[in-house]
Design a protein around this ligand. Structure first.
Ligand code: 5GP
Ligand code: ZN
Length: 116
């Protein structure tokens, strides 16, 4: 499986860096974001290293996005948010800081919601 040796998310997939796993299958891995913008903030990543949307193989994208409703439902069941934002930054200028494609799932709550 192609990977980059200096990529934090490749290391997470391979268990070299610990993470709180939310979901895993053959192609996709999901885990809690370290920063927890809100409770249950989750990142979904392809297991294959692709740096952003401009390098994301459409076949991989299809597999990843097919899992989004399942993962969102798991977050809903665990954290009971009242809404959820999906967010994806591509390129440093757009706010991307880890260059392994990832989709943020950010649960929203009416109370104690720090995301704006
Ligand atoms: P970006 O800014 O690239 O859209 O999002 C990268 C996200 O990765 C950030 O929200 C950041 O908190 C998260 N992150 C960076 N390093 C780690 C890590 O080692 N573990 C986890 N779980 N999240 C990380
Ligand atoms: Zn990677």
């Amino acid at each position: 499986m192609p990977e980059e040796s200096d990529c934090i998310f490749c290391k997470i997939i391979h268990g070299e860096i610990p993470s709180a796993k939310v979901y895993e299958d053959e192609d996709v891995f999901a885990f809690l974001d370290l920063s927890q913008v809100t409770k249950g903030h989750t990142l979904i990543i392809p297991k294959i290293h692709q740096k952003d949307i401009f390098h994301l193989d459409p076949k991989i994208a299809e597999k990843l996005f097919r899992r989004v409703p399942v993962i969102a439902a798991a977050i809903n069941e665990a954290f009971h948010p009242e809404g959820m934002n999906l967010l994806n930054n591509n390129g440093a200028l757009a706010g991307q800081s880890v260059f392994h494609y990832h989709l943020h799932l950010i649960p929203r709550y009416s109370e104690s919601d720090t995301f704006s």
